[in-house]
Design a protein around this ligand. Structure first.
Ligand SMILES: [Zn+2]
Length: 549
């Protein structure tokens, strides 16, 4: 090797080292380095979940996600320390830390470090998500989830609502968002219902969203085979009435896995020459965390990791694709080791923690569901499905309850004791969570400890999108509309279906909450975006306002 070459090699090595040690901050990332983004969210997965999953389901070998670890993420809300999915997902989607229950809207109170304060009058105003900004830019967009697709995290990317349980609003907005691919559960929440109570997860407007999907030209599929046969987008795959089953309990012949849905979504979305944005949620890692169920939480995380593998495969073959993965918060406070291992923890081999878990063929949830009312099959089912030899005491506890959720908890506790696991809560936890980023060029890999809201800004910058501009374009407030000399009349005769009558120079334009069209001269005119109403103020896309002259 010549002296010159040695110098060059040393210099390159030195530069590589500084790049690694300094890390890449948001401001240093090259705008527009990614044409496609796949954003994967394992809801409610503290780092302990991946450690345990690796040990139980991968013999300690690396998971797909492991190679992507790049930093840490602060998960707290704009005003409180422990996040729920609605505000945490809003931060990941829109760049706004916000308050509990809020979906895709700016906070009223932004008191904690790093929380952006909205302008006066802009409280509870919708903020554009990276998905909406990508769509506005001509990219194909999609969401994949194992919960109902109306659940908080997928809703954060596609809708704007002041309450996460307002499925009437959330479903209707999703149906009118022109999403290219939607895969998950939740069919029953889209069906016609005449509920009179707001935020009840039921339809309050008497409209049938499955009919609206068909009227909007969507293809609806409901089985794995139907999904496999798809060769073009503009599709909703609804694979369950509510949430999809846990991966371990799934009928592999009829219900797609998260990885299979992810693969199909990428296949369909990647046909768009302008690129795509895809959000993938492993929704029920969180549900298993709430129930303190070790089998459900790790097997569900393993299924999530397979979806990460699919995304990574695609990104490694397509260098213009960015893959980001981060959970929104921890759930359950899982620990490897518990109060009973306080003294002997260093002596315990891995096997002591994993051997009982490895015997489980199904989750605690399905096992609890299968136990009969008379409890005659408890002992045999626990053995068959979970590999558990229940003690007399455990059997007696199950004997005393008819609630499936309580049986689940007892089974989860039994497994946790054998595996020496601890849990601290049935709620969420407030610690920082790992950030995972894969890009073909490490000069664009976000590192360090960042806020959850920074992830949205990073993804937007990667695709060369401006979220504030997208917000201005998609959500012109009623106040601004009036300032333009347009008359605006809100008709809330039917409080679940308000109508907005805009008029100028004697010509009237009728808009409907959550919909993507207006009516004028007896004609329906469609626009990109949706009408959002937060109970006080209406927001209408600029594309529609421009038509009013
Ligand atoms: Zn949760």
């Amino acid at each position: 090797m010549s002296k010159m070459k040695i110098k060059l090699v040393t210099l390159t090595a030195f530069l590589a080292m500084t790049a690694v040690t300094q890390g890449v901050q948001l401001k240093d990332v090259k705008p527009g380095f990614a044409k496609n983004v796949i954003f994967l969210i394992p809801d409610g997965s503290s780092s302990t979940v991946s450690t345990l999953t690796r040990a139980v389901y991968n013999n300690g070998e690396s998971l797909n996600i492991d190679e992507m670890a790049s930093g840490m993420v602060k998960t707290y809300n704009s005003d409180t320390f422990i996040a729920d999915s609605a505000p945490a997902g809003t931060a990941l989607a829109t760049g706004w830390k916000t308050q509990d229950k809020l979906i895709g809207v700016k906070p009223k109170a932004a008191t904690l470090n790093g929380a952006r304060v909205p302008e006066v009058g802009d409280e509870l105003a919708p903020a554009a998500s990276v998905l909406e900004a990508a769509k506005l830019d001509g990219k194909a967009v999609g969401i994949v989830a194992t919960s109902e697709v109306l659940h908080a995290t997928p809703a954060d990317f596609t809708t704007h609502s002041i309450h996460r349980n307002n499925y009437s609003v959330i479903g209707e907005q999703q149906v009118h968002q022109n999403l290219n691919v939607v895969f998950g559960g939740g069919k029953s929440y889209l069906k016609k219902d005449n509920a009179t109570e707001a935020n009840s997860k039921k339809r309050t407007d008497g409209e049938d969203m499955l009919e609206s999907l068909q009227a909007n030209g969507y293809n609806i599929v409901q089985t794995l085979d139907e999904m496999k046969r798809l060769n073009k987008d503009f599709v909703w795959g609804l694979f369950a009435e509510k949430d999809m089953p846990y991966d371990l309990d799934r009928d592999k012949g009829t219900t797609p896995s998260l990885a299979e849905m992810t693969e199909k979504a990428i296949e369909l979305l990647s046909k768009d020459k302008d690129g795509f944005f895809l959000m993938v949620e492993g929704s029920k890692v969180d549900w298993a965390g709430h129930a303190n169920n070790p089998i459900a939480i790790t097997s569900e995380y393993a299924a999530f990791d397979k979806a990460v593998g699919v995304a990574l495969d695609y990104a490694k073959k397509n260098s213009d694709t960015l893959v980001v993965a981060v959970t929104d918060h921890g759930t359950g406070g899982l620990s490897i080791g518990n109060l009973k291992t306080s003294k002997n923890y260093p002596e315990l081999p891995v096997d002591v923690f994993t051997k009982d878990m490895k015997k489980a063929k199904f989750t605690e949830v399905l096992t609890a569901e299968k136990i009969s009312k008379d409890k005659a099959n408890t002992k045999s089912l626990a053995k068959e499905m979970l590999g558990l030899d229940l003690t007399t005491e455990e059997l007696n506890m199950i004997e005393k309850t008819q609630k499936t959720s309580e049986i689940e908890t007892i089974l989860g506790k039994a497994m946790s004791e054998r595996a020496h696991l601890g849990w601290t809560t049935n709620g969420h936890t407030g610690e920082d969570v790992p950030l995972y980023v894969y890009t073909s060029n490490y000069a664009n890999q976000l590192t360090g400890t960042v806020n959850n809201s920074d992830i949205a800004l990073y993804i937007a910058k990667a695709m060369n999108l401006d979220l504030d501009k997208a917000t201005d374009e998609l959500f012109v407030s009623g106040k601004k509309i009036k300032d333009m000399g347009i008359e605006l009349d809100i008709d809330s005769t039917n409080k679940f279906q308000p109508i907005f009558k805009l008029s100028k120079n004697g010509k009237q334009y009728t808009f409907h909450e959550n919909k993507n069209y207006y009516e004028t001269d007896g004609k329906k005119v469609k626009f990109n975006g949706i009408v959002v109403f937060n109970g006080k103020e209406v927001f209408i896309p600029n594309a529609a306002i421009k038509d009013i002259k």
